[in-house]
Ligand binder design. Structure first.
Ligand code: ZN
Length: 440
């Protein structure tokens, strides 16, 4: 395939389109189950071919169980004058996500243990959940909490927690081979823009583009509720999981921070090398960090019983930006240029996974005369002539059937695309043949 990177103008446009999807999904009250999650999946399904699966409550997934389905219609705390002092209609973050229903009149002192704030950020509403313990609560700005007068309040959470289903979305794009690339993102957070919606928007656009491209690998995109969604998928696809050759968890891709790639548990998988290569040539302050058993669904994919080669691409990672899991992770934090750059990085990584292969030089004794064959001018117009020449010589030197194009790009410190174009030109001129056992 030729997933050529969008030019700058197209970049701004696609960034705007992804931000529009983020903005459209932002108001929906999502959780790890329920209609908000379904509504989100149906919206994604208008962009890409998405199969929506429904897994019944009570289904076992290794050490876990699919919880009851949660749905919420309204929630508030009302003062004696009937005014809503905390209002779910103003922001769905005001409710402790997965709260059990409650309808009661109580004093502030009785209500106080159910109220959550971030005192260090007194204007922000925190995002809190209680999936596996039946509780109820409200989240609010600390400034609003301290302003609440003593007295009686009417408390209402109009929600249901009942047997139902966990929903997740799956988009499978078959390629030449059954070997798979897994792209996974969580879609269980309510109104948070960078954490969950940016990953959803980039994954959706990536799937939309790959759906139109000839692919060597098959691609599987999962849009799942965090933790329980990946556990359920793994538990129901144990055999299929062994076909995953490369994988990426996508999240937090819309803020202005530099990229952070978190390695797979293996640390040296081809996806780890491909991501490091792309970020290394993206300049700036990109970081590579080692695997750790906390974070997003990479925890499950990389658990020792699976040990899948799945890394994680973010910009500023979860927990490392002050707005994380608060109402300040809003549409203002997500920039179209950041989304576009994140998509471009994903496309470049995919390009390496698709194009990496081994060649054998058909002229291994001494260097072939490249000038005579017009090869120096034959490689991509935008590439500096010195880079072209270096790439041609490196490809010829290392194409002994043992080194792939990514090996060569790493060793030559050249962008993969330049090395790949050089190999293509050499192949066209009859100086290379693909190694039949070449594996990428
Ligand atoms: Zn989160």
């Amino acid at each position: 395939m030729a997933a050529t990177l969008p030019a700058t103008a197209a970049c701004a446009e696609v960034g705007g389109q992804m931000l529009a999807l983020v903005a459209e999904l932002f108001p929906i009250c999502r959780s790890i189950t329920g209609d908000g999650l379904r509504q989100t999946l149906r919206r994604i399904g208008r962009e890409i071919p998405l199969e929506i699966h429904e897994v019944p409550s009570g289904t076992r997934a290794f050490d876990w169980t699919v919880p009851k389905e949660w749905n919420i219609r309204d929630a508030y705390v009302r003062n004696a004058r009937g005014e809503r002092v905390i209002d779910f209609q103003a922001s769905n973050l005001h409710v402790l996500n997965y709260s059990v229903p409650v309808r009661r009149r109580m004093t502030l002192a009785e209500l106080r243990p159910h109220l959550y704030t971030v005192p260090e950020q007194p204007d922000w509403v925190p995002y809190r959940t209680s999936y596996y313990e039946e509780r109820w609560g409200f989240c609010l700005a600390h400034r609003d909490l301290v302003a609440l007068p003593a007295g009686e309040y009417d408390v209402c959470i109009d929600a249901t927690l009942a047997d139902g289903h966990l929903s997740y979305g799956e988009c499978y794009l078959p390629g030449e081979r059954r070997d798979e690339v897994l792209i996974s993102c969580h879609c269980c957070h309510p109104s948070l823009a960078n954490d969950n919606l940016s990953g959803i928007a980039v994954a959706t656009e990536l799937a939309r583009r790959l759906a139109d491209a000839p692919l060597r690998h098959s691609y599987r995109f999962l849009f799942i509720p965090g933790t329980i969604g990946s556990l359920v998928w793994l538990a129901t696809h144990e055999a299929g999981a062994s076909r995953i050759r490369h994988g990426l968890v996508l999240s937090c891709l819309g803020d202005g921070g530099a990229f952070t790639y978190k390695q797979s548990r293996r640390g040296d998988a081809p996806i780890d090398r491909a991501a490091a290569h792309v970020l290394g040539h993206a300049g700036a302050a990109a970081r590579i960090v080692q695997f750790s058993p906390y974070g997003y669904d990479e925890r499950q994919y990389c658990s020792p019983g699976f040990d899948l080669p799945v890394g994680r691409l973010t910009r500023t990672p979860n927990g490392e930006y002050p707005e994380y899991h608060t109402s300040a992770d809003d549409l203002g934090l997500v920039q179209p240029a950041s989304l576009a750059e994140s998509l471009a990085a994903c496309l470049e990584i995919v390009e390496i996974l698709e194009q990496d292969r081994r060649y054998v030089s058909l002229n291994p004794k001494g260097e072939p005369q490249l000038g005579r064959r017009g090869l120096y001018g034959s490689v991509g117009g935008r590439v500096a002539p010195k880079e072209t020449e270096a790439a041609l010589l490196w490809v010829l030197s290392l194409s002994d059937g043992r080194h792939g194009l990514l090996d060569i790009a790493e060793r030559a410190a050249l962008p993969f695309a330049v090395v790949q174009q050089a190999a293509e030109a050499l192949h066209t001129h009859g100086l290379l043949r693909p190694e039949s056992k070449g594996e990428g």
